[in-house]
Design a protein around this ligand. Structure first.
Ligand SMILES: Nc1ncnc2c1ncn2[C@@H]1O[C@H](COP(=O)(O)OP(=O)(O)OP(=O)(O)O)[C@@H](O)[C@H]1O
Ligand code: SF4
Length: 271
């Protein structure tokens, strides 16, 4: 395939990581959100692009519902969460009049918006752009990968839950990554055990270790397990920064360890 010139708005981005899962509801948006917050906690500048057009949850998880994107001289200015502009967001959720409005577009319109998200958002300088994708391997994935392809390498982080059915879907997702030339940075097992809110004891609810076994079989890194944690769910519902509010919790340790492995695998960041 012919390599297109890198769109100007991607030129200041060091690393792009697509967050994928074979199945819906396994925690892709959760891991995208917490990875971004953990990378920011480590001093990095991070953008999040939400290409889950039919179920955009990024504005809610960051407490940014109702915020709007604006035009600037280089296209769309993303939504900045803080004055330092250390986290910036773009989602179809910012373009809808009501937060629960359904996006019922056909493929070509969705693909055109994805292309616009890639070429027209003025991200500026970023260490990481985390891309939250819809479940499975849809046209939206192809449109996203095609639009981002001039930026190389494109990393992929694959999220699964411990149950075998999810793990089987992830195996297909890993094949998709290989076929589309994504560099698999690793597998994350989410909802891996339950962290008791009273004693922080972690109990295995489903079988554990599926994600690790899958990573071993596929020859890709296993990045870690994130427990099912009621405090994490509450933070996501209320749009709070879990990483800032729960340092020292087992879930914080799990999330920051995943971010550390991503940092170690992507050494070149902004000076
Ligand atoms: N480790 C966790 N602890 C507690 N709650 C979690 C955890 N992971 C995900 N959740 C909750 O599970 C629900 C689904 O998570 P999320 O929206 O991240 O999944 P998804 O894979 O992005 O879904 P979709 O397929 O709809 O895009 C959310 O309500 C989220 O708050
Ligand atoms: S997990 Fe065990 S110790 Fe923690 S609150 Fe529940 S019963 Fe008590």
């Amino acid at each position: 395939m012919e390599a297109a010139a890198e769109p100007g708005n991607l030129a200041g981005i060091r690393h792009i990581i697509l967050v994928l899962s074979g199945k819906g509801g396994v925690g892709k948006s959760t891991i995208s959100t917490e990875l971004a917050l953990a990378l920011r906690h480590a001093g990095k500048k991070v953008g999040i692009l939400d290409v889950d057009l039919c179920g955009p949850s990024i504005p809610r998880m960051f407490g940014a519902q109702g915020r709007a994107v604006h035009q600037c001289d280089r296209g769309w200015a993303p939504v900045f969460l803080d004055r330092e502009q250390s986290i910036s967001l773009m989602s179809v959720g910012f373009l809808l009049e009501k937060p629960d409005e359904a996006v019922v577009w056909r493929g070509p319109k969705k693909n055109a918006l994805i292309k616009q998200f890639v070429s027209d958002v003025a991200w500026g300088e970023l260490d990481y752009l985390v891309v939250d994708t819809p479940p499975g391997t849809s046209d939206e994935h192809m449109a996203t990968i095609e639009a981002l392809r001039p930026h190389q390498p494109l990393g992929a982080l694959v999220v699964t839950t411990p149950q075998a059915v999810s793990v089987g879907d992830v195996r297909r997702e890993l094949t998709f990554c290989r076929k589309t030339g994504l560099r698999v940075m690793g597998v994350v097992e989410n909802m891996s055990g339950f962290t008791c809110p009273h004693c922080t004891e972690c109990t295995s609810v489903f079988s554990r270790g599926g994600g690790e076994e899958l990573a071993r079989l596929a020859g890709v890194p296993f990045l870690g397990s994130v427990p099912l944690d009621p405090e994490l769910m509450r933070s996501l519902e209320e749009g709070h920064d879990f990483i800032r509010e729960f340092p020292g919790s087992p879930t914080f340790a799990a999330l920051t360890s995943i971010a550390r492995k991503i940092l170690d695998a992507t050494p070149t960041c902004l000076p």
